[in-house]
Write a protein that binds this ligand. Structure first.
Ligand code: GRF
Length: 231
C-alpha cells in the first residue's frame, strides 16, 4: 500500500495515511480557455503517480474549450463560467470563487486561461495561484509572447512558471526553461518548442508546491530540498 504524507496547516506535524480511506489529498483546479495541452500534462502526471494530488475541477470561461473535453475524458468535473454572462469583472470573479471554493481547492493553476484576474481574486487565493507563461519573464509579458520574442529577434526564449500577484505576469518566479531560437524557426515552430518545455515545468512546479517545497521570500522563491521540506 502506498502511504502519502501530509503536513498539517500549522506546525510541523506529519500525518501518514492512505488517501482513499484516510485524510484528503491536496486539491487543485486548472483554469483553461483553449486546447488544454498543459492541462493534459497535469492529468498525465496525476495518472502516472508523479503528482500525488486531486484535480478537483477544470474550469473554463469558454464553453468550446477543448480542455473541458480533456477533463471529461478523464472523469474530472468540468465547469463553465462564461465571462460574457457578467456585467463586470468583479461579478465574474465572484462567481469563479464561489465555484472553486465549492470544490475546496487549495491551488489554482492557470494553464492558458485568457482572462486577467484582478486583485480581489488574486488576494482571495494569496500565493495559491500558479501561472505558466510562454516566455522568459520579465521579458515579453502579456499575450502573444512567442510572437513578441520571435519578432524581437531573440536568440533564446522559453517559459516561466510563477506565483500570481496583482500585476500581469509579474509574480515570484518558480521555474524557467530556456530554448534556442533556430535559424529556420517560424513563430509556430518556436512556440511548439516552448510548449514542450511548458509541459515539463508546469507539472514539476505543481509537484514542488504539493510537497511544500516552495518558500516565497519577497520576489524570490526558494526551492527546498526534499529533506528540508520534511524537517
Ligand atoms: C500556452 O502556451 C500557455 O503558456 C499560454 O497559452 C498556451 C495554452 O496552451 N498561456 P494549452 O491550452 O495548454 O495547449
Amino acid at each position: 500500500m502506498t502511504l502519502f504524507a501530509f503536513r498539517r496547516a500549522k506546525g510541523h506535524e506529519w500525518t501518514f495515511c492512505d488517501p482513499p480511506k484516510g485524510c484528503s489529498m491536496k486539491k487543485i483546479t486548472v483554469l483553461v480557455s483553449g486546447g488544454g495541452s498543459n492541462l493534459q500534462s497535469i492529468i498525465d502526471a496525476v495518472a502516472s503517480g508523479y503528482l500525488k494530488l486531486q484535480i478537483a475541477v477544470v474550469l473554463s470561461n469558454e464553453e468550446e474549450a477543448f480542455g473541458l473535453t480533456r477533463a471529461k475524458n478523464s472523469g474530472i468535473p468540468a465547469e463553465v463560467v462564461r465571462h460574457g454572462d457578467f456585467q463586470s469583472r468583479e461579478d465574474f470573479e465572484t462567481r469563479l470563487i464561489e465555484v472553486l471554493d465549492g470544490y475546496g481547492v487549495d491551488l489554482v493553476v492557470l494553464a492558458g486561461f485568457m482572462r486577467v484576474l484582478t486583485p480581489p481574486f488574486v488576494n482571495h487565493y494569496h500565493h495559491r495561484i500558479i501561472n505558466i507563461h510562454p516566455a522568459i519573464l520579465p521579458s515579453f509579458p502579456g499575450t502573444h509572447s512567442q510572437k513578441q520574442a520571435f519578432d524581437y529577434g531573440v536568440r533564446f526564449s522559453g517559459c516561466t512558471t510563477h506565483f500570481v500577484d496583482e500585476g500581469t505576469d509579474t509574480g515570484p518566479i518558480i521555474i524557467q526553461s530556456i530554448v534556442p531560437v533556430l535559424p529556420d524557426d517560424t513563430e509556430e515552430s518556436l512556440g511548439s518548442r516552448i510548449l514542450k518545455e511548458e509541459h515539463r515545468i508546469l507539472p514539476e512546479s505543481i509537484k514542488l508546491w504539493s510537497e511544500e517545497r516552495l518558500l516565497i521570500e519577497g520576489r524570490k522563491v526558494k526551492i527546498l530540498s526534499e529533506k528540508s521540506a520534511k524537517e
